[in-house]
Design a protein around this ligand. Structure first.
Ligand code: ZN
Length: 104
């Protein structure tokens, strides 16, 4: 994960990450000329809910996976699996199965 990133830098990174989805975009081609920036953006994550890219971990959550039902294993246990969300807008949506992890 990159060092401390300001909210403005995060916003710019998200814009670039969104634009770079298309290999025909100007920003996608411009990144080839700036390998250090491309390396930093390669560390980006994707929101488990809306698939929007983000540079820094914004909201860490867990999803409980039932080993027998979801993984077809013999164990009856459920285990927490790390999930990242892009914003409280996604976290506050109803209907998802993600639980926020509070920092210690
Ligand atoms: Zn999201």
């Amino acid at each position: 994960m990159p060092a401390a990133v300001s909210p403005g830098q995060e916003q710019a990174a998200r814009l670039i990450l969104t634009e770079c989805r298309s290999e025909f975009s100007f920003l996608h081609r411009a990144l080839a000329l700036h390998p250090a920036v491309a390396d930093m953006l390669a560390l980006a994550g994707r929101c488990a809910l809306c698939s929007q890219a983000f540079l820094t971990t914004w909201l860490e959550c867990v999803q409980f996976v039932n080993l027998k039902k979801d993984m077809k294993m013999r164990s009856l246990q459920s285990i927490p699996v790390r999930v990242l969300l892009c914003s409280y807008n996604c976290f506050n949506q109803s209907g998802h199965v993600y639980y926020g992890v509070a920092p210690v």
